[in-house]
Design a protein around this ligand. Structure first.
Ligand SMILES: NC(=O)c1ccc[n+]([C@@H]2O[C@H](COP(=O)([O-])OP(=O)(O)OC[C@H]3O[C@@H](n4cnc5c(N)ncnc54)[C@H](OP(=O)(O)O)[C@@H]3O)[C@@H](O)[C@H]2O)c1
Length: 197
């Protein structure tokens, strides 16, 4: 269902009607996860033309899941249109958190106003310049934590849910500790004002 890449093994018949693709993909995910009920089902990226996106969304709406979401959606008018037409509203947006999108500033404000959760990915990968900045390094040094932890604490303070796919146990511990890091308003402003941030 993703428009950005075409993996070699896809869990549905790409020639089948969209609603069938959705149902097939959903069943494969459920089997792979080994669970009865899926908490959140996220569409990897918008589909074009819009009528295809809406058809696909309708198929997602018919499934028994906790929440529906959309990923790689940087176009606010498109998100608003989908939100307006959806019977089950997108509960979350999952986007790459990077300078090229202006860190989704406007889109995030809209999500906030409309109760849509904003999840960031590539939070660390796309922002080595922020992690290496003197400001973050100093905040980390003062607290005896890492720059990555400071950045996660900043994202959470901004109302963002940073995704984390670490397989490293030490990082898992570090990343869970970020909820205890209280940044000051000045520090939050400082990170938000970094060049490229
Ligand atoms: N919707 C989409 O299109 C999309 C695209 C990409 C990713 N995602 C999802 O986003 C999640 C996060 O993946 P990402 O690629 O975005 O990761 P990321 O936040 O850019 O992090 C990159 C790497 O940083 C390391 N890391 C984690 N905690 C750290 C810490 N405290 N200090 C230093 N390094 C740390 C991890 O490697 P180690 O294992 O070495 O700790 C991690 O793989 C994944 O679950 C993935 O499924 C979604």
């Amino acid at each position: 269902m993703g428009a950005f890449f075409a993996p070699k093994r896809i869990p549905y018949d790409p020639k089948a009607p969209l609603h069938v693709q959705v149902a097939q993909s959903f069943e494969v995910s459920r089997r792979n996860l080994g669970i009865e009920r899926i908490d959140a089902l996220v569409l990897h990226s918008p589909l074009f033309p819009y009528r295809d996106l809406l058809e696909l969304w309708r198929a997602m709406e018919a499934l028994d899941v906790g929440q529906l979401g959309i990923s790689n959606c940087y176009d606010l008018p498109l998100l608003q249109r989908l939100y307006g037409d959806a019977l089950v509203k997108p509960a979350l947006v999952q986007n790459r958190f990077y300078a090229e999108s202006g860190y989704d500033h406007v889109l995030r404000q809209w999500c906030d106003t409309n109760g849509v959760l904003y999840q960031s990915f590539w939070s660390l990968t796309a922002n080595p310049h922020i992690l290496a900045s003197e400001a973050l390094q100093e905040m980390a040094r003062l607290r005896g934590v890492s720059a990555a932890q400071i950045f996660y604490a900043y994202l959470i303070a901004e109302g963002i849910t940073p995704l984390n796919g670490t397989t490293n146990e030490a990082h898992m511990h570090d990343d869970l500790e970020v909820f205890d890091i209280a940044l000051t308003c000045k520090e939050i402003e400082q990170i938000g004002g970094l060049p490229g941030a």
